[in-house]
Design a protein around this ligand. Sequence first.
Ligand SMILES: [Ca+2]
Ligand SMILES: [Ca+2]
Ligand SMILES: [Ca+2]
Length: 477
Amino acid sequence: MSPLTRAVALLAVAMAAAAVGRAGAQATGPDDPLYHARGAWGQAHDDQWALKRIGFTRPGQGPSAWDLAAGATHPVIVAVIDTGLDYFHPDLRRESVWRNPSETPNGRDDDGNGYVDDLIGWNFVDGDNNPWDIAGHGTHVAGVIAAATGNREGIAGINPQARIMPLKVMNFVGRGRASGIAEAVFYAVRHGARIINLSLGGRQLSRTEQQAVEYAHRKGLLVVVAAGNLGADTVDYGPAGARGAFTVAATGLDDRPAGFSNFGQAVKLAAPGVDVLSLRARRTDFVLVTGVAGYRAGDSFVGPQARYYRASGTSFAAPLVAGVASLILSRSPGLTGTQVERMLMMSADDVEVPGWDQLTGAGRLNALRALAAAPDRYLLAKVRAIRPTREGGRTVIQVHGTAEGNDLASYTLELAKGTAPERWTPIGAEQAAPVADGLLGIIPLREITSRGTWTVRVVVRDRLGNQREGRGTLNVE
Ligand SMILES: [Ca+2]
Ligand SMILES: [Ca+2]
Ligand SMILES: [Ca+2]
């Protein structure tokens, strides 16, 4: 009997138990001990501070995303393309693991998809049906999304209706081939995933990764990608820099960008990525494997029998976003991936520079506001580049970027001296036509009256009176 055959047998038993044991824990808030704990590793903040920061606050402490989560009843498949999953973890309900409805463990490819006995996903590293996690990274990611909430054990997860589809593409040291990632993306699309979480990447974006991400996005999936941890621009990073990726940067306890987090035009949103507590896959210690200086074996273990694990990285910011996105779809399964993306961006807490910025995108994830967001209220203002150019024999400054919205009324360009200006000078007339990553307008050189730093902003307005801005700076020497 293969390990997976045994796994499925247990799945059936566990599901029956879960159906009986599921209580209305949401009314009083989750009873998971680590959700309420603080200082498990000697730190001054709550053990699950990241979850609380995005809006899953303790009931009685103001409006909480738990209140809105209660109406999320539809199962949503979330493909976690990673190092696999410890599907026996005691704080993961068996019903939270996807089950291929058209496959039985009989040594045959019942559903004709090219994978024999792919009961809960696939292991693209070893080419077998057991996506067991021997590294721990994928289990940590999955736990952020779907750890059992309200079971008096360990941590709280975001969405009990998430169905984790573990697609193993990375080996013990977190390495994987682009072709394996692409195959996993196609598998996720084909088997009904609404969301893909890709907490992986490296320097240079391969064509294979680009095509896979774009394909999934075109098929209506939300492809959440970790920005990466090199403190570098995602323009040279894959798959975070891919068109169609919903790229997530990491913020810290102070809601400022984490120093390790990648940044760039691809960043859509930020989420807490420092000291994120989640599930530990048995016999794993992945921070040790990544070779962080000064790390001693077991330093990241948390909780009874070291069943939990804390880690920092954009890898753990991304699943907070994927988890909240899945919760939105569990409440409103009719929404499109694009609508969910916009709800997440429009509801984010604006941190850093006002408006969209390349360190945090639209801002830090706010689950409470995202769940309540209007699906069709969308405005985006972005300045991508400000560059001097010759035009008709004189020098002008071109401003490139985006000004768009579903009910756009107009946009304007404004200019001011300094980096935190209070008074702005409008440049040119109001424009009515949207611009998607193109030329927003031109600043005549005569407007730049002194050396130093100037800030340019584009302000977009819709017909309901909502307004958004995006900024960029220009250094004049
Ligand atoms: Ca099959
Ligand atoms: Ca079979
Ligand atoms: Ca729990």
